[in-house]
Design a protein around this ligand. Structure first.
Ligand SMILES: [Zn+2]
Length: 144
């Protein structure tokens, strides 16, 4: 790997580690996921999985099943950009777990061009959809 690619990968890993730290904000008990949207070396948005604004900070029901109202980290990060003066067009999203199908659709619609994730989650149908849409999908193990 050349010097430039090496440097890029190190930066990618740093953003993924930041996304993992950001995931700690989540009230969800089953799984904490964090996401960062980066555009031109600037973090333009962040998100973690949780309930919509104004809802109780509880993500699971009594049987420890995730409530249907819980938004995924990617969805929270994307909607946060939408509410700001920034645009996610051409941006990269760093997420601690591979995007699900629903989030993949949102990523495609938001104009994000690259997805970097550090953990495989459920199926890879989300990643497959992203690739079909011409989005670069990179898996990168972060380690400690
Ligand atoms: Zn999702």
């Amino acid at each position: 790997m050349d010097e430039k690619s090496k440097k890029k990968q190190e930066t990618d890993k740093r953003y993924l580690r930041m996304a993992a730290i950001w995931a700690e904000n989540s009230y969800c008990k089953r799984r904490q996921v964090g996401a960062l949207i980066v555009k031109g070396n600037m973090i333009i948005s962040d998100g973690y999985n949780g309930t919509p604004a104004g809802f109780e900070n509880v993500c699971e029901d009594a049987d420890n099943v995730t409530l249907p109202c819980v938004l995924h980290a990617e969805a929270n990060a994307i909607t946060k950009v939408a509410a700001s003066s920034n645009s996610s067009e051409g941006a990269t999203i760093y997420v601690t777990a591979s995007p699900c199908l629903e989030c993949a659709k949102l990523i495609i619609q938001s104009g994000i061009k690259r997805v970097v994730y550090s953990e495989e989650y459920h199926t890879n149908e989300g990643c497959e959809l992203l690739r079909r849409a011409g989005i670069t999908v990179d898996f990168l193990e972060v380690g400690s």
